[in-house]
Design a protein around this ligand. Structure first.
Ligand code: DGL
Length: 265
């Protein structure tokens, strides 16, 4: 019996991670849960985000998932380890894959990290990078306005440029050569961020790295669905406003997000 991969995020942003997973693993079935009733997680406490994350995970476990992806950077930063310890299936988060890639890529040993207030405050990326190579200097900056900008569709206009310029000024002065986009929404601002940081700074999409980590984990355990002509099937659940998810979802994914089911977790 084919088992799906479960993925949750605080809302819609995790679709950037799902998109990468579908590109890397087209034969897999997936079940996505966006906690749109309680988004954003980025400004909430560790206790609250942890409680929400366990509720989301328990909901997805009902579908007999073989692996859980915590697509939300804030949730990964706050409670990935607890989820890994307490759930009966493998759990993959977005922090470690992004950190690993940054360490592999930096030549100057100067890495920048941007994310929500919660992700940056937690120090999760900082710790993950230092754990791999303590000689790397890490410069972090919360960029909370990026999330509403992306949801509004303002990813390539003057507002996006001005906001990105304001947030990235300090990090740019630090001459980093790799910048981790440590939030589900930020890959949609890649063009503007690139414009400001310059072509010599590698932008690291944690979602992209996470898809590779998911593939590796499934392969290691012998539960990878080998891609065949049979494409995987995909279900979407939200805790509020399925119509908005359907509309805005198109910006985050190329695949269809047509059937979105409303649930209470
Ligand atoms: N999904 C969140 C993250 O990656 C961003 C949105 C939120 O604050 O909930 O941290």
């Amino acid at each position: 019996m084919k088992k799906p991969i479960g993925i949750f995020d605080s809302g819609i942003g995790g679709l950037t991670v799902l998109k990468e997973i579908l590109n890397a693993l087209p034969g897999e079935d997936t079940i996505y849960l966006g906690d749109t009733a309680r988004v954003p997680y980025g400004t909430k406490s560790v206790e609250t985000v942890t409680r929400y994350s366990f509720e989301n995970a328990r909901f997805l476990l009902k579908f007999n998932i073989k692996l859980l992806v915590v697509a939300c950077n804030t949730a990964s930063a706050y409670c990935l380890h607890r989820l890994q310890q307490e759930l009966p299936i493998p759990v993959v988060g977005v922090i470690e894959p992004g950190a690993r890639r940054a360490v592999g890529i930096t030549k100057t040993k100067r890495v920048g990290v941007i994310g929500t207030e919660g992700t940056i405050r937690s120090g999760a990326y900082f710790d993950a990078i230092k754990a791999i190579d303590s000689s790397i200097a890490v410069f972090t900056k919360p960029c909370p306005m990026f999330v509403p900008l992306v949801e509004e569709g303002w990813t390539n206009n003057q507002m996006a440029r001005l906001t990105a310029h304001t947030y990235l000024r300090e990090i740019k002065k630090q001459w980093v050569d790799a910048l981790i986009l440590g939030c589900t929404h930020y890959p949609l601002l890649k063009d503007v961020i690139k414009e400001i940081m310059g072509k010599d700074v590698a932008l690291i999409d944690s979602g992209h790295e996470t898809a590779a980590a998911v593939a590796q984990c499934l392969m290691k355990r012998g539960i990878l669905e080998v891609a065949s002509s049979q494409q995987g099937s995909h279900r979407f659940f939200v805790t509020d406003s399925p119509d908005r998810f359907r509309q805005v979802g198109g910006k985050f994914m190329t695949a269809n997000v047509d059937t979105v089911e409303l649930v209470n977790v």
